[in-house]
Write a protein that binds this ligand. Structure first.
Ligand code: SF4
Length: 76
């Protein structure tokens, strides 16, 4: 059995995963205590991912909760 860990396709998957992680992540590395020792930061540098391409929009009910002062809304 042959296992491939490096290919153009796998690199694209990894880049997309990093972009998705960044889309829901504070990207202010300069003020982060983990700056310089962060695995996410290291992988983003290694794969040339600088910022999220997918911006997450808050759900409508969360926008209302935010406007009303509540911090979290959970939907079951
Ligand atoms: S150093 Fe790491 S944890 Fe901190 S903001 Fe940057 S990517 Fe996120």
């Amino acid at each position: 059995m042959e296992i491939t860990t490096e290919s153009e396709r796998l690199t694209d998957y990894r880049k997309n995963m990093l972009k998705l992680i960044l889309s829901n992540h504070n990207q202010d590395c300069m003020s982060c205590p983990a700056n310089g020792t962060c695995e996410l930061q290291k992988l983003c540098n290694e794969y040339g991912v600088e910022r999220a391409e997918h911006k997450r929009e808050p759900r409508e009910d969360r926008k209302e909760a935010s406007a009303s002062g509540r911090q979290s809304v959970y939907q079951l």
